[in-house]
Design a protein around this ligand. Structure first.
Ligand SMILES: Cc1ncc(COP(=O)(O)O)c(C=O)c1O
Length: 410
């Protein structure tokens, strides 16, 4: 009998809890102590931040890396470097964290949402192309859950149309697509070091590029456009932000950079094992892997068909398994008053309504029908790099028990 209906849980998570992440050890403590002992935690003048940025760039084979305070800030640095005109459009995915969208609005551009490809759970390149207008300045491709977008198609579209391609790799650190690291296909790649990410500094971010001009724009934007190369009195360029990383974050980041490869390897192996275990079950669609991609499973996204995803997740929880229905429950443009009701700057509804655009951005209800359907089927299974194969086998067993025992109509 299912635990949801009073049966014995598949795994007693009280007596046999799943392993928690242990991201930090003596190396982080040593480097943080070193930062503190230096009596300077400011990035300029510090030793650790230039080292962290250059090692991060080296890891990705990028020429430039700018550290910042969050993934949102890393994306803001990228959009700031693009410097859109007010009312320009930036196409992105309808399934993401709001941190992808906030920088678009703060730079006065309008986010435009493309539908989701069910075979990858990432943005559908055909829909991206359909949405391009003369006002499109950039595409932000989100490698959702650690799976790669269809990068050949997206890079080809961006090149052909002369549009900047930004990769949101917040959930896809050190993840390869056809052997190449995500974040290095587009013009800029953006990473988050928030606590749940493959490598973490609690909060933090990094933007990378191969392009010298963009690299300079990124550095300037993150530092209030303060021209530090100029001799004499202080001068600032155009409008920028203070997104500066500190030496404390760089200390932790340096240690994390040594570990992220192991984290990604483990997650790839365990996620693959989970897929093998559940792929034959009726009503279950395991996490898709884009052809050519090596998934890094920030989390494990499976779909259920014929079941309610809410009930399925609750049934798994009752069996002792960490799971939740959906990721965001609705497409991102319905999860934020700034997007759904255009509550942005005072009552202006800017940039959705302004003299800078003649488009109508109303009628969000009709957007992205496939995304809605997919979100309604999604069940995210929690696991982390410390799970053993036995732990994954317990997850598999519980998914099988629920898939076989749960009434299809519930
Ligand atoms: C896909 C994606 N983009 C952007 C962000 C924003 O990152 P942060 O929370 O570090 O600002 C996140 C973080 O959750 C994310 O998952």
């Amino acid at each position: 009998m299912l635990a949801l209906h009073g049966g014995t849980p598949y795994r007693d998570a009280v007596s046999r809890p799943f392993p928690a992440r242990i991201p930090f050890d003596e190396e982080e403590i040593r480097l943080v102590t070193k930062a503190l002992r230096s009596q300077n935690l400011f990035r300029w003048g510090g030793e650790l931040t230039p080292l962290f940025e250059s090692r991060f760039a080296e890891t990705y084979g990028a020429k430039h890396a700018t550290g910042s305070t969050s993934g949102t800030a890393a994306l803001h640095v990228a959009v700031g470097a693009v410097n859109p005109e007010p009312g320009d459009e930036i196409i992105t995915s309808a399934i993401t964290d709001l941190g992808t969208i906030i920088p678009i609005l703060y730079q006065n551009a309008v986010p435009v949402f493309a539908d989701t490809d069910q075979d990858t759970l990432t943005v559908d390149p055909d829909d991206v192309e359909r949405l391009i207008t003369p006002r499109t300045r950039a595409i932000i491709a989100i490698h959702l859950f650690g799976n790669a977008c269809r990068m050949e198609a997206l890079t080809e579209i961006a090149r052909r149309k002369g549009i900047t391609l930004i990769e949101d790799c917040c959930q896809a650190h050190l993840t390869r697509y056809r052997g190449q690291l995500l974040g290095t296909f587009g013009d800029m790649g953006c990473f988050s070091f928030q606590q749940s990410k493959h490598m973490t500094t609690g909060d933090g971010g990094m933007t990378i590029t191969m392009d010298d001009a963009l690299g300079r724009c990124m550095r300037m934007f993150a530092d209030k456009q303060y021209d530090r190369d100029r001799a004499g009195s202080r001068m600032y360029g155009s409008l920028g932000m203070n997104c500066r990383i500190t030496e404390l974050h760089s200390a932790v980041g340096l240690a994390q950079l040594e570990k992220v490869g192991g984290v990604v390897e483990s997650r790839n192996r365990l996620g693959g094992r989970l897929t093998e275990g559940i792929k034959h079950l009726g009503g279950i669609v395991p996490a898709p892997v884009t052809p050519g991609a090596r998934h890094s499973y920030w989390t494990y996204p499976m779909r259920v068909t014929g079941f309610s995803n809410e009930t399925f997740a609750r049934a798994l929880n009752a069996e002792g398994i960490g799971a939740r229905a959906g990721y965001i429950g609705d497409p991102i443009f319905q999860c934020s008053a700034a997007l759904a009701e255009h509550r942005t700057y005072g009552n202006s509804r800017f940039p959705f309504y302004s003299p800078y655009t003649d488009r109508n951005f109303e009628r969000v209800d009709e957007l992205c029908p496939r995304t809605r359907e997919l979100l309604g089927q999604l069940v995210l299974i929690s696991f982390n790099e410390r799970y053993t194969e036995g732990d994954i086998d317990d997850v598999v067993g519980a998914v099988r028990k629920v898939a076989e025992g749960l009434d299809r109509t519930s």
